[in-house]
Design a protein around this ligand. Structure first.
Ligand code: F6P
Length: 290
C-alpha cells in the first residue's frame, strides 16, 4: 500500500486510486479559485521520488501544467512563457502541480529531513522571473500533503485491497509462495519475489500513454495562447478592409507585393481567397456575407 504507486513490478498500489480521487477533488476546487481570483497556484503533491501521483491527479483534474522529477530540473523560464501565453488569451491564472521530489538541479528540496517545500521555492523564483519580465501575475503556493494519505477509500481500492488480502491469505497456506509479494495481473493473483522488488523504484515511463496524454493536453492549452481572441480578429480585418477600400491603388498593391516577395496578382488573389473563406465562414454562421 502506498499512495506513491512507485513499487517496482506492481501495476498499481492500493491507496493510489484514493489519493488521485481526493487530489482531483481538491485541485478542481483550487482551479475554480484560480479562475475567480486571477491567481497562479503552485501546488505540491506527495509521491516520494516519482511523479506517478502528480501525473495521474494532474490528468484527472485538468491542471495547466504538471512537473515531475522524471523530466529533470524545473525550467522556470518555461513557466514564465506559459504565464505569458495564457495572458495573451486573457487567462491570467493557472494551476501548476508539482511532485514533492521535483527540483532545480541542485538536489531535492527538503524540510525536517523529509521531501517538502518545492512549491514555495518555485513560487519565489517564478515571482522573481515574472517581475524581471515586467509582467504582472498573482502567484501563490499550496500543498495537498497528508490529506491524500488516509482519505475515504474509493470503491476500486476497497475491492482491490480485498482481492490482495484474500490472495495473500491463500499464499500463506502454500509454501510455494514463501517470500513472495502478492499482486494482481489480468485478474490473476501473482507472487513476485520480494528480492526482485525491494529497494527498486518504478519511475514514470515518459514514453507511456499517461505521460504522452498529459503532454498533448498541455500543448493544446499552451497553443491556445497563440490563437487570437475572436473579437480581435474581426476588428482587425474590418479595419484593414476599410483602409484598403479607401486607399488601395495599383501602386500600393505593387509596393506591398514587393515587400512580401509575391507578385501583385498573387497579392490580390490572396485577398480574394481570404474574402471567400470569410464569406463561406459567415454563411456557415448564418451571417450575411456583407
Ligand atoms: O510513501 C508515502 C508518503 O506519503 C510519501 O508520499 C511521502 O513522501 C512520505 O510518505 C511522507 O512520510 P512522512 O509521514 O514521514 O512525512
Amino acid at each position: 500500500k502506498t499512495i506513491d504507486n512507485d513499487i517496482f513490478g506492481v501495476a498499481q498500489t492500493f491507496g493510489f486510486d484514493t489519493a488521485v480521487h481526493e487530489a482531483a477533488r481538491l485541485l478542481t476546487a483550487i482551479k475554480l479559485d484560480a479562475t475567480t481570483s486571477g491567481t497562479w497556484f503552485l501546488v505540491e503533491i506527495m509521491g516520494r521520488y516519482t511523479g506517478h501521483l502528480a501525473l495521474e491527479a494532474g490528468l484527472a483534474a485538468g491542471v495547466t501544467r504538471v512537473l515531475i522529477p522524471e523530466e529533470g530540473a524545473i525550467n522556470v523560464e518555461d513557466l514564465v512563457e506559459l504565464v505569458a501565453a495564457r495572458q495573451r488569451i486573457n487567462a491570467n491564472w493557472g494551476v501548476v502541480l508539482l511532485a514533492e521530489s521535483t527540483h532545480f538541479g541542485q538536489g531535492y528540496i527538503t524540510r525536517f529531513g523529509r521531501l517538502g517545500g518545492v512549491a514555495e521555492k518555485l513560487a519565489e523564483r517564478l515571482d522573481e522571473a515574472v517581475r524581471a519580465r515586467e509582467m504582472e501575475a498573482s502567484i501563490r503556493f499550496s500543498n495537498l500533503g497528508y490529506f491524500l494519505r488516509s482519505a475515504e477509500p474509493t470503491g476500486f481500492d476497497k475491492s482491490y485491497a480485498a482481492q490482495l488480502g484474500t490472495s495473500a491469505a491463500r499464499f500463506l497456506l502454500d509454501p510455494v509462495y514463501s517470500g513472495k509479494m502478492v499482486t494482481i495481473e489480468h485478474d490473476q493473483a501473482v507472487g513476485v519475489p520480494i528480492h526482485a522488488v525491494a529497494g527498486k523504484l518504478k519511475p514514470v515511463d515518459l514514453t507511456g500513454v499517461r505521460y504522452q496524454a498529459l503532454k498533448a493536453i498541455e500543448r493544446y492549452e499552451a497553443a491556445r495562447g497563440e490563437l487570437l481572441p475572436e473579437g480581435e480578429v474581426v476588428a482587425g480585418v474590418q479595419k484593414a478592409l476599410a483602409w484598403l477600400a479607401q486607399h488601395c491603388n495599383a501602386e500600393m498593391v505593387a509596393q506591398t507585393a514587393m515587400r512580401l516577395g509575391i507578385s501583385p496578382p498573387g497579392l490580390l488573389r490572396a485577398l480574394e481567397e481570404m474574402s471567400e473563406v470569410a464569406t463561406g465562414e459567415a454563411e456557415r454562421r448564418g451571417h450575411t456575407a456583407s
